[in-house]
Design a protein around this ligand. Structure first.
Ligand SMILES: C=C(O[C@@H]1C=C(C(=O)O)C=C[C@H]1O)C(=O)O
Length: 362
């Protein structure tokens, strides 16, 4: 694959490189910033950025990759791959994570924390023949509705890949702004490996409430900027391939409202949302930082192309892996409320790790 060579060469020359494909699209992009990318400073503004690619951590300032070179390519069809569930459960990680969840439930019962999203990592050794661009092609074939991406920023040393279902901020060429509230998770395949139709999904009170926290959070952000004219669609069940989620979509016509700065304003207010952090936000951040032993780095941050042909597509960096040599660190989290069951939450992180592992680990 030609882009595989461009990807390798860009990295060898010290460029920051991003390759991605938007949901439901046949066209992929490869962008290089020959300077290695720029860590933006406090007060940066989305609408002031040139055409490029943004990648932000869970907490902190984003890197900006300017499009010094931008090529489009077709990802091709990697062909069907047997999607075996692979990974073996790590029992010490399991009991540690379940302990964090139990502590979160106790804290939530005392208030004011109502929901917190806890994550964990899963370290694996990649197969000897692993290649980033081949894996990207396979992810694209397996997850047509996801944003799939590979990213290398010299200052961050590793390569990040993701296949995420979650839009954070989108602005299309017609000026339509979009964000979504995504939460609640169940398996998208039955015991025999067949896809479960979204119409068959049944959601518990816990999951409905968990997603409502995210929806309320988005509406509160609109309220902060006194925005009342938005369309709300959902909640409805969506399939991401191996998982089902509850999703509500929020749309604003920024041209009709003469509000071109809305995407930048909302990005500042939304991130990190209650889908990856919790409610109230400050208490959730404090709980996460005091509890999780790993640094989330780019996991649960956001990434995507900005100001390319007057469009911006930023996604939450979920279903993600950080690759250093042949060492892969997968990240996954889940929303904890007072009705959570620690064992089920662990199982949910297993399923979320599988999104990438079932493709990358074969
Ligand atoms: C935190 C993750 O996913 C988020 C949390 C979800 C949940 O708690 O049900 C569902 C979708 C995402 O908004 C993740 O995939 O790591």
């Amino acid at each position: 694959m030609k882009q595989g060579v461009a990807w390798e060469e860009g990295i060898a020359k010290g460029a920051a490189v991003a390759a991605w494909r938007l949901p439901h699209s046949a066209e992929a992009f490869l962008l290089q910033d020959f300077s290695g990318g720029t860590l933006l400073k406090e007060g940066w503004n989305l609408s002031d950025l040139a055409a490029g690619f943004l990648a932000a951590p869970f907490i902190g300032l984003p890197y900006f990759l300017q499009a010094d070179s931008l090529t489009t390519f077709s990802l091709g069809n990697a062909g069907p791959k047997a999607l075996a569930e692979s990974s073996v459960e790590n029992s010490s990680k399991k009991s540690e994570f379940m302990g964090w969840v139990a502590a979160a439930i106790q804290t939530i019962k005392q208030g004011p924390l109502q929901k917190v999203v806890l994550s964990r990592t899963d370290e694996q050794v990649l197969p000897a023949d692993f290649k980033v661009m081949t894996a990207l092609e396979e992810l694209g074939a397996a997850y047509p509705s996801a944003f799939i991406c590979a990213l290398s920023i010299p200052a961050l040393s590793g390569i990040w890949m993701c296949a995420t279902p979650e839009i954070l901020v989108e602005q299309n060429a017609e000026g339509i702004f979009r964000t979504i509230s995504l939460a609640g998770t169940q398996s998208g395949v039955d015991g025999d490996g067949f896809a479960i139709s979204p119409s068959q999904a049944r959601w518990s009170q816990k999951e409905i409430e968990e997603q409502a926290f995210v929806s309320r959070y988005i509406i509160d952000c609109f309220k902060k900027i006194r925005l009342r004219e938005y369309a709300e669609i959902g909640p409805k069940t969506i399939s991401t391939g191996n998982l089902l989620h509850l999703k509500t979509e929020y749309l604003v016509d920024t041209k009709a409202m003469d509000f071109p700065q809305l995407p930048g304003l909302m990005l500042g207010l939304l991130h990190p949302t209650s889908a990856v952090c919790g409610t109230p936000k400050q208490e959730a951040v404090e709980f996460i930082l005091a509890t999780e032993k790993h640094d989330r780095l780019l996991y649960s941050g956001y990434l995507g192309p900005v100001n390319l042909s007057n469009t911006t597509h930023l996604f939450v960096n979920l279903r993600t892996v950080e690759i250093k040599g042949n060492q892969a660190t997968f990240y996954a989290g889940c929303g904890i409320t007072e009705d959570s069951d620690p064992a089920k939450e662990w199982q949910e992180t297993q399923m979320k790790c599988q999104t990438l592992q079932r493709i990358l680990m074969q």
